[in-house]
Design a protein around this ligand. Structure first.
Ligand SMILES: [Zn+2]
Length: 237
């Protein structure tokens, strides 16, 4: 089955994570599992750009923006001109709240370029689903991917579904989220086109992430949407 990976990284991530994957290993992994394209985000956008250049048609470039560093906000225009087609925000990594007004200029710029925004979810006090809901409420014209759809906590996962049901511009990405049943629940109660596959490589492995979809209780035509069509639509491919 053809797939798009909605969320991944390369390189070595030290500290508590202690995981890594090289560019070559990522491309080999994509080939092995039938992943046609990967949405890649790196804090150094030049690395993402280099991987995009070396692997034409395989990488969806996400501009990593930090609202606490205005230079990265200013640089968005340049990266869109160079072929990036999405924005990545990580409130946990950079220590700001997902519902902060600091994000408004970034979302406004995303709206101007008709570019979707991917935002990390699942960690208090910065990136909870309710905060992402408030952000989505202020920017109804921007498609917002809630990366990890609440992540590892059942209450946050439930909140991710609730927020996505409330705000039609919220899309759910499932990497690192442990409950296959919530994929089916999202497909049926949020919307068949608003739940998508992702690996968060190198934090998680395609084998496990693929099995979550295959065991969630849905059928073949749903798999096609979750693995490919929904991401293609989200990223305006
Ligand atoms: Zn990630």
């Amino acid at each position: 089955m053809k797939m798009i990976d909605g969320h991944a990284h390369i390189g070595y991530i030290g500290g508590w994570a202690n995981v890594g994957i090289t560019e070559e290993e990522l491309i080999a992994q994509m080939n092995q599992y039938g992943i046609e394209k990967t949405a890649l985000c790196m804090e150094d956008n030049e690395i993402t750009y280099s991987v995009m250049q070396k692997n034409p048609g395989r990488i969806i470039g996400c501009v990593y923006v930090n609202p606490l560093n205005p230079a990265t906000v200013d640089a968005m225009d340049e990266y869109f001109a160079r072929g990036f087609t999405a924005v990545k925000l990580n409130p946990l990594r950079h220590a700001y709240c997902a519902d902060s007004e600091m994000l408004d200029p970034i979302l406004a710029k995303a709206a101007k370029y008709n570019v979707p925004v991917c935002i990390h979810s699942g960690h208090p006090p910065y990136s909870l689903p309710w905060q992402i809901g408030l952000l989505a409420e202020r920017h109804p014209n921007v498609k917002i991917m809630m990366i990890h759809m609440g992540h590892g906590h059942g209450v946050y996962i439930d909140a991710a579904l609730k927020m996505a049901r409330r705000y039609p511009n919220i899309y759910l990405e499932m990497s690192g989220m442990p409950m296959p049943s919530k994929i089916k629940e999202a497909y049926e109660t949020v919307g068949a086109d608003r739940i998508m596959f992702g690996t968060d490589t190198p934090f998680h492995h395609p084998t496990v992430e693929i099995q979550k979809v295959l065991t969630c209780g849905l059928e073949e035509d749903a798999f096609r949407k979750i693995f490919y069509d929904n991401a293609a639509q989200f990223f305006n491919l």
